[in-house]
Write a protein that binds this ligand. Structure first.
Ligand code: ADP
Ligand code: MG
Length: 618
């Protein structure tokens, strides 16, 4: 059974409990979800790309722009373009003062507040507000791509994040309108993406090597019983792919005999060089030579030179891995698996160094810049209860009910009810002496059974003949954990009983279920009108039946005039019924009721007195 609900505000279909996973990165952020095939998938909002650069630009009016569009302002408007805000999250000015020169924007300290603020235009922003801008963008992209509101998320943070940094991340989420169900460690999410830790019987020790844009983290995890314990973390919060880019820029400056002071004064050109360097670095992941020009500057780089340029930095990361092992009190032999995370691990030289150090091939099958978000989506799915084998958490995708008078659907088990479940209702006959009752079981959201899907039909036979309305027929629906519906009908006065088993969701694909739900929304209005007409008709027909029966049976107590007048009212109601005019039917029914009420009461009184004289009137 699927979990599907409708968002009434948007009229769109909502897979219930879509909880997204978010990698709020220093350089790039992204959002992932579990797709209908049950696989984690990064959300690509049509053409905008998977990665959202963690860059926020503010224009003169203070309007924020996030992502690739904001990144372009790094060159043209660096003072108002905030990047790497994650470094400042939950930090005091003292923590980051030494690094002011790495930011092109202004970080200030507040006398009262120990947390840093950032100046853009004439406004001041906290890192929480800036992170919230990025989260808002991710939320909007997810909502646009999934066509459903996204209100809940799992957000990842580095394993070394302290309480105040984790709290700041949560606050950013809340500010972005997200209910942050859990803050998950990035290495944990990465392991989950590789399926590590999903089998509770396994015990494993994992090394997660994460080289991103501006930070390097290595984490040693011990996983057992589905619990991820961080044995140690190490790294450098100012070491990453940006350093590779900078090394390349310096190399080009030397090769082209450029004046560093002049370049630094021209922030725009410096940024363009950096972007070109990043382009070269990425190109060298798959080719051996990069050769381009930026204006008059020759930007040439071969793979071997590149590897020499970054060797020192990569060696630093390997030393951090050694320290992490020491802190975890384990050796390389104790490591069962190595996971690569972060865009910079795409560089073959980095991969090679890691493999050599750990004496094993690291996991690199999943895109390293997506792996954390994908794992976060899996964690979200676990929290949503979708990964447990306990069927108790499952729900019925469509309502189940029976056909009542006039072809109306009477819902007995509403959609989204948790299974197993049991529900029932009492019905009666509409015709005197009725001995069989047809029970038609339907699945769907429409008011008319003919628009829904018929699951089964059976007769409850052998009801003793009684006047209409007297039999008490209990109809019970019992839906078990496997989705098998048992429908039971029992006439309480006689004990006559009938039972059938039905598989309600059998043969219904998710698409069919979706269509049925969408139809129920699009037709809601016409369904209501039709339902009201049908109800009026049933009421009218019932009244014609009882009125005709009444004058038949009680003619002795009525005058000729009363009988012929009643017949006129009955004919008027019949005409209204034939016209299908709801209001007219109700009006004529009312008039018939009004007209017959006085002598109906009189007949009742007479019947009572006749009964006292020992006569029966039935
Ligand atoms: P973060 O976790 O810091 O937000 P990412 O994991 O997205 O960052 O990594 C971003 C870094 O990865 C950048 O420095 C980027 O240049 C680098 N990167 C992306 N693709 C490649 C590639 N093909 N080869 C080398 N480096 C890459
Ligand atoms: Mg990252």
């Amino acid at each position: 059974m699927a979990k599907i609900s409708i968002n009434l505000a948007t009229g769109s279909l909502q897979k219930e409990e879509i909880i997204v996973g978010i990698d709020l990165g220093t350089t790039n952020s992204l959002v992932a979800f579990i797709n209908p095939d049950k696989n984690p998938q990064v959300i690509n909002d049509t053409g905008k790309g998977l990665l959202v650069p963690s860059v926020v630009h503010f224009n003169a009016q203070g309007d924020a722009l996030v992502g690739n569009e904001a990144k372009e302002f790094l060159i043209t408007d660096p003072e108002n373009t905030i990047f790497s805000v994650k470094r400042l999250l939950g930090r005091s000015y003292k923590d980051v003062a030494n690094h002011q020169d790495t930011f092109s924007y202004k970080i200030i300290d507040d006398e009262n507040d120990s947390l840093v603020k950032i100046k853009a235009g004439d406004k001041f922003y906290t890192p929480i507000e800036l992170s919230a801008q990025i989260l808002k963008e991710l939320k909007a992209r997810a909502e646009h791509a999934l066509k459903t509101p996204v209100n809940r998320a799992v957000i990842t943070v580095p394993a070394y994040f302290n309480d105040s940094q984790r709290q700041a991340t949560r606050d950013a989420g809340r500010l972005a309108g997200l209910d942050v169900l859990r803050i998950v460690n990035e290495p944990t999410a990465a392991s989950l993406a590789y399926g590590i830790g999903l089998d509770p019987t396994q015990r494993k020790t994992i090394a997660v090597y994460d080289l991103g844009g501006g930070t390097f983290d290595v984490s040693i995890l011990d996983i057992q019983n589905g619990i991820f314990e961080v044995l140690s973390t190490n790294g450098n919060t100012f070491l990453g792919g940006d350093d590779f880019d900078r090394a390349i820029v310096h190399y080009w400056i030397e090769k082209n005999n450029l004046d560093t002071a002049e370049l630094n004064a021209n922030g725009g050109l410096m940024q363009s060089l950096r972007l070109k360097a990043e382009e070269a670095k990425k190109a060298l992941t798959t080719q051996n030579l990069f050769n381009e020009k930026l204006g008059e500057i020759w930007c040439t780089l071969d793979k071997q030179t590149f590897e020499q340029l970054i060797a020192f930095k990569v060696a630093e990361t390997i030393q951090a891995c050694e320290r992490a092992l020491t802190d975890a009190k384990i050796t390389i032999e104790d490591i069962d698996e190595v996971v690569l995370v972060g865009g910079s691990t795409r560089t073959p030289y980095v991969k090679k160094q890691v493999a050599e150090f750990f004496h094993r091939e690291p996991h690199d099958q999943i895109n390293p810049d997506e792996v954390v978000a994908l794992g976060a989506a899996i964690q979200a799915d676990i929290l949503a209860g979708n990964r447990s084998d306990i069927l108790l958490l499952d729900v019925t995708p469509l309502s189940l009910g029976i056909e009542t008078m006039g072809g109306l659907m009477d819902v007995i088990i509403p959609r989204n009810a948790k299974v197993p479940t049991k529900a029932g209702r009492q019905y009666t006959t509409s015709v005197d002496g009725q001995v069989n009752m047809k029970i038609s079981v339907y699945q769907g959201e429409r008011d008319l059974v003919q628009e829904n899907r018929k699951l089964a039909e059976f007769d409850l036979k052998g009801i003793p003949a009684m006047p209409a309305g007297l039999p008490k027929v209990d109809i019970n629906f019992l839906l078990n954990a496997d989705g098998i519906l048992t429908v039971q009908a029992i006439e309480l006065r006689s004990g006559v009983k009938q039972e059938v088993d039905i598989k309600p969701s059998y043969g219904l694909t998710d698409d069919t279920v979706e269509k049925m739900l969408i139809d129920s929304i699009t037709h809601a209005k016409s369904d209501v009108a039709q339902r009201m007409l049908i109800e009026a008709r049933s009421e009218g027909e019932q009244l014609v039946y009882t009125a005709e029966r009444f004058i038949d049976k009680h003619a002795v107590y009525l005058s000729e005039q009363e009988i012929s007048d009643t017949k006129i009212y009955i004919e008027a109601l019949k005409a209204a019924l034939a016209s299908q005019e709801k209001d007219d039917i109700l009006k004529k029914a009312d008039e018939l009721n009004e007209f017959t009420r006085p002598f109906a009461e009189r007949v009742m009184d007479m019947a009572v007195s006749s009964a006292m004289k020992g006569k029966t009137i039935e």
